[in-house]
Design a protein around this ligand. Structure first.
Ligand code: PBG
Length: 336
């Protein structure tokens, strides 16, 4: 038989639900918001082809831009007030040393000059500094005679890339290759060549992740095998923190944790120890999972996207790279 009333001794004195009772109260006590300025849009720019962008089937809604569609998307990004764009080039030709990366008229450097000219005052124009989009073997560096990624030979290539990207006007170089000593090596050559104002975003705690899967299609990667000999092991939190501390010591301006959602503990730890901004990258697989589940009607797309971004922010990220940056900025603009 059901009891008529709760015994007086069990009636709660502390009632947290008071602060959740009405939309106005919830809005007032909300601890975390994401502002448009804290979102960065990764963009793919394709070399050659016609005026139409090329869809990326594993990332519905994301495209490889033509130069025409790139210009339109840049204007939209600037209009909604996001913080910046991160550019990735998709070259027509790849080779062993990734020579397209250091060609001043290569697609990434060309796209950088366009972005700086069109929106360089409104947005921070950022570039991926890594060889994988440009190498025929798909690795982030050059290979030695045994087929292994040669750390120090790769640093020489990164220094060359850094100078071409800085000269193209990139304001923040995204060092995503996970080579030892890459931040110090790039900082030294930038300073020696008077690019003292070009900032470095270090992809410090970058994990060897299955969640980069759709990105491989996005940049038409030819990688066989994996990146476990340079990217971090999923189980190693302490080692991720070590990488962050090394990059700060080497002169990084911003550090990053990547992917975001499966590594929120890292975002939180790094936010506590870092004295420079901490960003997180909501990667391609995080995007595609939500899009796919939403497409099937299994989750509420907008709520899932907002929740994912809010949780990355709550964990401690100061800014987030997200393929939803522009769409989410429209949503968050009204609530912030
Ligand atoms: C390397 C790079 C990768 C991503 C960003 N920069 C691929 C990798 O390390 O395998 C992945 C981003 C994503 O999955 O959205 N240039």
């Amino acid at each position: 038989m059901a009891e008529a009333a709760l015994p007086a001794t069990l009636a709660p004195i502390l009632r947290p639900r008071r602060l959740r009772a009405t939309p106005a109260m919830r809005r007032l006590v909300s601890e975390t918001s994401v502002a448009p300025r804290q979102l960065i849009l990764p963009m793919f720019i394709r070399e050659g082809g016609g005026a139409d962008p090329t869809p990326i089937s594993s990332m519905p809604g994301v495209v490889q831009h033509s130069l025409e569609s790139f210009r339109v998307a840049l204007a939209e990004a600037a209009a909604v007030g996001i913080g910046g764009v991160m550019l990735f080039g998709v070259p027509e030709h790849k080779d062993a040393t990734g020579s397209g990366a250091t060609d001043r008229d290569g697609i990434l450097n060309l796209a950088t000059r366009i972005a700086v000219a069109e929106v360089g005052d409104a947005l921070v124009v950022q570039t991926d500094l890594c060889l994988d989009e440009f190498t025929d073997h798909g690795h982030c560096g050059v290979l030695d005679s045994n087929g292994r990624v040669d750390n120090d030979a790769t640093l020489v290539r990164y220094r060359e890339m850094a100078l071409v990207q800085a000269a193209s006007g990139s304001q923040l170089l995204g060092l995503s290759g996970m080579m030892d000593g890459q931040v110090a090596a790039v900082r030294e050559v930038l300073d020696a060549e008077s690019f003292t104002d070009t900032a470095i975003l270090a992809y410090s705690a970058k994990y060897a992740s299955a969640f980069y899967g759709p990105f491989r299609e996005a940049v038409q990667s030819t990688l066989t095998g994996d990146r476990r000999a340079y990217q971090l092991d999923a189980g190693n939190g302490r080692e991720g923190v070590r990488e962050v501390l090394l990059d700060i010591a080497e002169g990084a301006d911003v550090v990053m944790v990547k992917p975001a959602m499966s590594y929120l503990d890292l975002v939180s730890q790094v936010a506590q120890i870092s004295n420079i901004p901490v960003w997180a990258y909501q990667v391609s697989g995080e995007y595609s999972m939500i899009e796919a589940a939403a497409e099937l009607g299994w989750i509420d797309r907008r709520r899932a996207i907002e929740e994912s971004l809010t949780s990355i922010k709550r964990a401690g990220a100061d800014a987030i790279l997200s393929y939803w940056a522009v769409e989410a900025a429209h949503w968050f603009r009204n609530t912030n």
